[in-house]
Design a protein around this ligand. Structure first.
Ligand code: MLT
Ligand code: ZN
Length: 454
């Protein structure tokens, strides 16, 4: 039996796609920058089938790229060089919410929105949210340790994982789904899988920690002169608004791009260089608390929205950046973390760094509360890494991290050693070799091939 036949015998012929038109949606990422031809796309139905597929692929020494909702931004979920794409899209099972422990078991292919809906139905909250919620999947969210705006209060995906199940490169299944908060028996394998971007195992189910649902929300949009003013505002919000849940930012050229893309007028009377969008959530109305924290920071002209529609319209200005940028061209997306006291310097130096490396335009936005800046560069060829290198170099000079929430993928693999140091990367390579000696799982993502190291 050849590889295709063996896979078809496992998952059924109609779940092994080899027709170019049917493979196409799995072969290019959301940015349009990364992708390549898949040998085949295989769609297992459950954990046992994922394990079977991996055993067959191990026998044939066939490399595999695991894929969730294909909303990744660093090229970690799409084929590069004839790998097999293993999509988790059929693993959508959602267990019953256990309200007593505040947890639910969810299949890797369930969308974040489906998890949120299940949690809300039980009076709980998934406590993680971002714009790709309707398409991104829980397995992918955990595999890249996604963050989003609410990480400021609730942490990144890592903080929500009470356990998980994964299939290793040889087809064996490792499972820790009891959700016991205290369980320190042996190495924490789930922790190793989180953020490993499909290079150490394929996450098939997750035991998700929920948070109490906070039904009252209020958002404020504030126009400011600079990043340092924004940092002062953040300090005041932290001190005076314990219900603070998120604190994002964007700049005026990004706002203009979004307004044009969404064909709407600015809701603000006056424009400014810097905008902060803060949101508070509590059991009872947090509007007064937010208004007082803004007043303490000397802000008297914020735009407040305490109803669902009003908040959505404000949030669309920030969340709409991704689509507006994509509509303007194929972006180079650099998701970096910068210490707050270096933010002014970083934001000030990015345009020069980008233009001297051949980029036409840099649009910056992100999650102020986490020092997480999304640098989006337009006007550089997809395969020209000079702007990426320039932004990452500046990031390290400012004491930052080359990846905050999108992951390393193939986009930044060549930079990992500069960022983490030779010793850490050597330890990572040892772990990779131990779990995946034939380098079958997502080869080239996170850890570059040795030849490509700088
Ligand atoms: C966001 O914050 O909107 C996401 O990280 C997506 C992006 O950076 O484009
Ligand atoms: Zn983000």
């Amino acid at each position: 039996m050849d590889l295709r036949q063996a896979l078809a015998a496992l998952v059924g012929d109609r779940h092994v796609l080899s027709d170019p038109e049917r493979k196409a949606p799995y072969e290019r990422d959301y940015t349009g920058r990364y992708g390549g031809a898949a040998r085949v796309v295989v769609r297992p139905a459950d954990t046992a089938e994922v394990a079977g597929v991996m055993a067959v692929c191990a026998e044939h020494r066939a490399a595999v790229v695991p894929q969730g909702g294909n909303t990744g931004l660093v090229g970690a979920g799409v084929p590069r060089d004839g790998e097999i794409v293993l999509t988790l899209e059929r693993l959508t099972e959602l267990g019953e919410v256990d309200s007593a422990v505040g947890q639910v078991t969810v299949g890797a292919g369930a969308t974040l929105a489906a998890l949120q809906a299940a949690a809300h139905g039980a009076g709980q909250d998934a406590a993680l949210d971002f714009a790709a919620r309707d398409s991104c999947t829980v397995g992918g969210v955990v595999a890249c340790d996604a963050g989003g705006a609410r990480a400021l209060r609730h942490g990144t995906a890592r903080a929500h994982v009470a356990g998980l199940e994964a299939v290793l490169a040889d087809g064996s299944i490792v499972s820790r789904l009891t959700g016991l908060v205290k369980d320190n028996a042996g190495y924490d394998l789930p922790a190793l899988m989180i953020g490993s971007e499909g290079t150490l195992g394929i996450i098939t189910r997750v035991r998700w920690k929920l948070a109490p649902l906070l039904g009252s929300r209020v958002a404020a949009l504030v126009a400011l002169e600079s990043a340092s003013q924004a940092a002062e505002l953040l300090a005041s919000l932290r001190a005076h608004a314990p219900s603070l849940e998120s604190c994002d930012f964007f700049l005026d050229d990004g706002l203009q791009l979004v307004l044009e893309h969404q064909r709407r007028a600015s809701p603000l009377r006056t424009r400014a260089p810097f905008y902060v969008l803060a949101e508070c959530a509590a059991r009872s109305d947090p509007t007064d608390e937010l208004a007082q924290a803004l007043a303490q920071a000397g802000i008297d002209d914020a735009l407040l929205a305490d109803d669902g529609t009003g908040r959505e319209r404000l949030c669309a200005l920030r969340e709409g950046h991704t689509d507006a940028i994509n509509a303007a061209g194929v972006p180079h997306k650099l998701d970096v973390g910068i210490p707050l006291d270096q933010l002014d310097r970083f934001l000030g130096q990015v345009p020069e760094a980008v233009s001297s490396a051949g980029g036409e335009r840099a649009i910056l936005f992100g999650h102020l509360g986490d020092g997480n800046v999304h640098v989006n560069v337009l006007g550089a060829a997809a395969d020209d890494a000079r702007v990426d290198d320039a932004v990452l170099e500046l990031t390290l000079r400012c004491g930052g991290t080359i990846s905050a929430e999108h992951g390393v993928g193939v986009a930044k693999a060549a930079w990992l050693e500069r960022a983490r140091g030779a010793e850490q990367v050597a330890a990572m390579r040892s772990i990779k070799r131990a779990l995946d000696p034939d380098n079958l799982l997502n080869p080239g993502a996170v850890l570059s091939s040795l030849a490509a190291r700088r």
